[in-house]
Design a protein. Structure first.
Length: 198
């Protein structure tokens, strides 16, 4: 919609479709929320690699009245396509704390050698903790309880590590996207593709 901010490379031409979209926005009181939140930013949702041509082609058009309900809007790198994802996060009017959900054993943890080793190390200790009881049903429930606790603890640790790794990669992607938006060189494109592969 704005050749100066929404285009890089090639020969940007305003098409008739832009006028149609602008008319729809005017008639229905819609706004381009990403541009409102990023009035001077250059960020693109489509890229051609050779020659490097970039455009912001994808939009979230929302009712003007909903602007205050939008918590976050962003253009994020998509991995296996030439278009990026446009994300929109809307405030939840009923922010309520959720309690713990139903737990189900994650069998894939049994393929994790470190987790299995942790269970092996703790097993004798857990048996000793319940040795005072002669009822094997109680011992069985105790062991299930301890395995459940260990599984939850380990899964949370692994999930945190995975989230941190993903966050690190996403931050690097964002930096690469900013660099290629400002300077569309083959080197910057190669760096971006390398981080996308990772």
């Amino acid at each position: 919609m704005d050749p100066d901010l929404d285009c890089s490379g090639g020969n940007p031409v305003l098409k008739d479709s832009v006028k149609c979209v602008e008319d729809i926005m005017l008639n229905y009181d819609l706004v381009d929320i990403w541009r409102i939140r990023n009035p001077n930013s250059k960020k693109f949702s489509w890229r051609q690699k050779s020659p490097i041509i970039q455009r912001r082609l994808d939009y979230w058009l929302i009712s003007d009245l909903l602007q205050d309900d939008v918590a976050k809007v962003d253009i994020v790198t998509a991995i296996r396509t030439d278009h990026h994802a446009i994300t929109l996060e809307i405030d939840n009017l009923n922010d309520q704390q959720r309690g713990p959900s139903f737990w189900k054993s994650n069998n894939s943890l049994l393929d994790d050698a470190f987790f299995v080793e942790r269970l092996r190390e703790n097993f004798p200790k857990w048996i000793d903790e319940i040795n005072f009881c002669d009822d094997s049903r109680i011992k069985w429930d105790w062991m299930k309880y301890k395995i459940r606790g260990e599984s939850i603890s380990y899964s949370k640790l692994k999930a945190k590590e995975r989230r941190n790794r993903i966050q690190t990669i996403e931050n690097r992607l964002k930096i690469c996207e900013e660099k290629i938006a400002e300077s569309p060189t083959q080197e910057n494109l190669a760096n971006l593709e390398s981080v996308k592969t990772e």
